[in-house]
Design a protein around this ligand. Structure first.
Ligand SMILES: Nc1ncnc2c1ncn2[C@@H]1O[C@H](COP(=O)(O)OP(=O)(O)OP(=O)(O)O)[C@@H](O)[C@H]1O
Ligand SMILES: [Mg+2]
Length: 399
C-alpha cells in the first residue's frame, strides 16, 4: 500500500514537471513528428530486407528519410496500448536529452495503435555483434579503443543518472544496447524506453526487460529499479569489454573449465565468477583479452576489472555511483582504496529463489519470474533478451 502511495506520488511529480511547459509540448522541442506514410516510405513498407533486428521492445528497420538521412526505425510492440497524448508527454522527457554518448532520437510517429521511434542510424552496429559476436567484424578493438568505449559508456550513463532531471534509469544496459559511431564512439541506445511502456492499470507492475547475465539481483528478484541496478549491468559490460568475452559464454578454455568445476550451478555470469576467482588469487591479468596487442596497458586493464567487480557488489550501497565510476576509470579516484567482496551472481539468485520458496514468503511472484529466467537459461539463448512481466513489490528510483 505504501508502495502504491510512493508510486502515485512519483507519477504526480513527473506530471508536474511537464505541466510548466504548457499543453502544447510538441512545438517546444526539437523532436519531429513523422507521418506513418513517411515511415512506411522510408522503410520500403517495413521490408524484411531493411529489418536490422528485433529486441524486447519491438522490431528495428533501417530507413531513408526524404532528405536522405539514414535512420533506425523502432516499431514498439506495446501490449497495453497507451494513449497518444500520454505517449507524447512521456516522449518529451527524453527528447531533449542530448549527449555525445547517447543515441540521438530524431522523432516519433503515432498512428492509431502504432508507436514508432526514429533514431540516428549507426553503421558500426553494436558491441554485442562486433566485439562479442561470433560473426566476423573488421573492427580492431585495440586497448585504446576499448578504453575510449568504457569511458564513453560511463559518461553517457552518468549523464542519465546525474544530469538529467528527473534522472533516468536505463534498465537494460548491455552490449547490444551500445552502438558504435563511425569513429567507434559508443552510443547508449534505448534509454528512457521503459518510460514509454506504461504500467498496467490494475496493479503496480512493469515490464522487466533485462538480459541474463546483466541483471542486478535486487532488480531480478524484487523488481527494484534504481540507478545502482544500471551500475551492476555496467560492471558486467566493463568485464566483457576488457576480456572480449560475453558474461554468459559457456565455451571456456580447458584451464578455466577446471577452475569453474567447483561451481557447477553457474551457467550464467561465468565471466563475473571467473574474474572474482582470479581476483582472489591475484591473477586478474588472466581475464584480459589475450588477443590485445602492443598498446595494452595491463595495469589499467586490471584496474578496469576491479571497477567492474566493485560495480557488481551484492549490496547496492557498496556499488559506486556512475560519477564515481567515471572518476575511477580516469584514475582520479583510486579503486584500490575500496574493499571488494564477492559479487552477486545468478547462482545466488537461485539460492534466494529456493529460500523464498521454502519460506513461502511474499516474493513468490519473483520466484515465478526466476523460474521463467531459468527456463530460458540455455547457452543458446545466452545473448538474447529475456523478458517477463512481474509485479513490483516496490517501484522506487531511490537507493
Ligand atoms: N540506432 C541504431 N542504429 C543501428 N542499428 C541499430 C540501432 N538501434 C538498434 N539497432 C540494431 O537493431 C538490433 C535490435 O535492436 P533492439 O534495441 O531492438 O534490440 P536489442 O538491443 O537486442 O534488445 P533490447 O530490446 O533489450 O534493447 C540491434 O542488433 C541493434 O544493433
Ligand atoms: Mg536495444
Amino acid at each position: 500500500m505504501g508502495c502504491l502511495f510512493n508510486f502515485c506520488k512519483k507519477r504526480t511529480k513527473r506530471q508536474q514537471s511537464f505541466s510548466h511547459h504548457g499543453e502544447d509540448l510538441s512545438g517546444k522541442t526539437s523532436i519531429k513528428k513523422y507521418t506513418y506514410k513517411e515511415i512506411v516510405r522510408s522503410t520500403d513498407n517495413f521490408s524484411p530486407s531493411n529489418k536490422i533486428g528485433e529486441g524486447g521492445f519491438g522490431s528495428v528497420y533501417k530507413g531513408k528519410l526524404r532528405n536522405g538521412t539514414i535512420v533506425a526505425v523502432k516499431v514498439l510492440s506495446t501490449e497495453s496500448k497507451q494513449g497518444a497524448k500520454e505517449f507524447q508527454n512521456e516522449l518529451m522527457s527524453i527528447s531533449d536529452i542530448s549527449h555525445d554518448n547517447l543515441v540521438k532520437l530524431y522523432g516519433y510517429c503515432v498512428d492509431r495503435d502504432q508507436r514508432i521511434l526514429v533514431y540516428n542510424y549507426h553503421e558500426n552496429n553494436s558491441l554485442a555483434k562486433t566485439l562479442l559476436g561470433s560473426g566476423r567484424s573488421n573492427i580492431q578493438f585495440n586497448w585504446r579503443t576499448r578504453v575510449k568505449i568504457c569511458h564513453g559508456i560511463a559518461r553517457g550513463l552518468a549523464y542519465l543518472h546525474h544530469s538529467v532531471v528527473p534522472h533516468i534509469v536505463h534498465r537494460d544496459i548491455k552490449a547490444s544496447n551500445i552502438l558504435l559511431d563511425n569513429d567507434l564512439t559508443p552510443k547508449i541506445s534505448d534509454f528512457g524506453l521503459a518510460k514509454l511502456l506504461p504500467p498496467y492499470a490494475t496493479h503496480i507492475s512493469t515490464r522487466v526487460a533485462g538480459t541474463l547475465g546483466y541483471l542486478a539481483p535486487e532488480y531480478a528478484i524484487r523488481g527494484q529499479v534504481t540507478r545502482k541496478s544500471d551500475v551492476y549491468s555496467f560492471g558486467v559490460l566493463l568485464l566483457e569489454i576488457v576480456s572480449g568475452r560475453s558474461n554468459t559464454n559457456t565455451i571456456l578454455p580447458y584451464e578455466d573449465q577446471i577452475l569453474l568445476e567447483k561451481f557447477p550451478e553457474i551457467t550464467n555470469g561465468v565471466l563475473l565468477l571467473q574474474t572474482w576467482i582470479y581476483y582472489e588469487q591475484g591473477g586478474l591479468e588472466k581475464i584480459v583479452d589475450s588477443s590485445l596487442g602492443d598498446d595494452l596497458d595491463l595495469a589499467e586493464a586490471c584496474r578496469f576489472l576491479k571497477i567492474g567487480l566493485l560495480c557488481t557488489q551484492d549490496v547496492t550501497r557498496k556499488r559506486p555511483d556512475m560519477s564515481k565510476v567515471v572518476a575511477m576509470l580516469s584514475g582520479e579516484l583510486d579503486v584500490d582504496l575500496e574493499k571488494i567482496s564477492k559479487p552477486a551472481m545468478i547462482s545466488d539468485f537461485m539460492d534466494l529463489k529456493i529460500r523464498s520458496m521454502r519460506k513461502g514468503n511474499d516474493i513468490a511472484t519473483s520466484s515465478n519470474f526466476l523460474s521463467s529466467i531459468m527456463a530460458h537459461s540455455s547457452p543458446m539463448l545466452s545473448n538474447e533478451t529475456t523478458q517477463a512481466s512481474m509485479s513490483f513489490t516496490e517501484a522506487s528510483d531511490r537507493e
